[in-house]
Write a protein that binds this ligand. Structure first.
Ligand code: ZN
Length: 289
């Protein structure tokens, strides 16, 4: 077992194709532990975090981040993941939702998320600049939804595989693959990639047999795979007492005064890491504008 989660960025055929391949087992386990997720929710959040990390790695600026929200009509409610470079955090409205397995024995992420709804991608580019992309959900299984997002919103045809293999509370393997033929890529190369796509359809299971560098070699044999960059990945929240103070101030004077009058203090819980922040009445008073 690899010692850490990692993203490999590679190219094929002398730069005609861009590839990202990552293992996110520990990152998804940490998320599952924090939110005490059921297996189907572990899979949904794990796939979303893995896809979001791929977008996060593409952001180059220091203070840039990306937020992906999936809001379908399924019982899990909304899912949100935020990635800044190699770090990600995520939450779901109903992380303890239980659903029966699909007929083929797989976790039913599509039903949990729902088949209609939207995926939105907000790239925070620093200095108050934002890019917002939105598209309709195509399957609710998340990998196809990311592929659709790249193709429709970024005009970049993409093949995406995301997988989370779960046994009870344990994440056995999690990871993802993104393949993007760059402009001018010949049809023969694209045909080769399509021909090979069944090999990576069940990516988390493949990862139980070999580390990701080996899979990269095996899957793209004959296409000159070259690993260009490796980035460690992890689950990390950015909440702080200062951010919670800002959230309290943003309630507005009246609501803050109500909390002070109730004289019981206020406890705020971070959605992403479940850290608790307690404010006494006196501390709340100090926040009044
Ligand atoms: Zn937090």
């Amino acid at each position: 077992m690899a010692e850490r989660d990692e993203m490999l960025q590679a190219d094929l055929c002398g730069g005609q194709v861009r590839v990202m391949l990552c293992e996110t087992t520990r990152t998804v386990q940490k998320c599952a532990d924090i939110h005490e997720t059921t297996p189907v929710c572990t899979a949904a959040l794990g796939r979303l975090m893995t896809g979001t990390l791929m977008l996060g790695i593409m952001m180059k600026g220091e203070d840039e981040s990306v937020t992906v929200t999936v809001k379908g009509d399924g019982p899990i409610g909304s899912l949100v993941a935020v990635a800044d470079h190699g770090y990600v955090r995520a939450c779901a409205d109903h992380p303890r939702l239980e659903l029966p397995l699909r007929a083929d024995g797989k976790l039913d992420v599509g039903t949990a998320v729902g088949h209609t709804g939207r995926m939105s991608v907000i790239k925070d580019l620093g200095m108050k600049k934002q890019y917002i992309g939105q598209c309709e959900l195509v399957s609710g299984e998340i990998a196809m939804d990311f592929a659709n997002y790249f193709t429709v919103s970024e005009q970049q045809p993409s093949l995406v595989a995301l997988g989370v293999l779960v046994s009870g509370n344990a994440v056995l393997k999690a990871g993802g693959l993104l393949i993007q033929p760059l402009p001018g890529c010949p049809d023969e190369v694209i045909d080769q990639l399509e021909l090979r796509s069944p090999m990576f359809a069940d990516i988390s299971r493949e990862m139980t047999f070999a580390p990701i560098e080996q899979l990269c070699e095996d899957w793209f044999r004959g296409m000159d795979p070259k690993i260009l960059e490796r980035t460690p990945l992890g689950y990390r929240c950015t909440c702080s007492r200062e951010r919670m103070e800002k959230a309290l101030i943003s309630l507005g004077r009246k609501d803050l005064q109500d909390l002070i009058d109730e004289d019981r203090g206020a406890e705020l819980v971070c959605h992403f890491c479940r850290s608790k922040y307690f404010f006494t009445t006196q501390q709340l008073q100090a926040l009044l504008p």
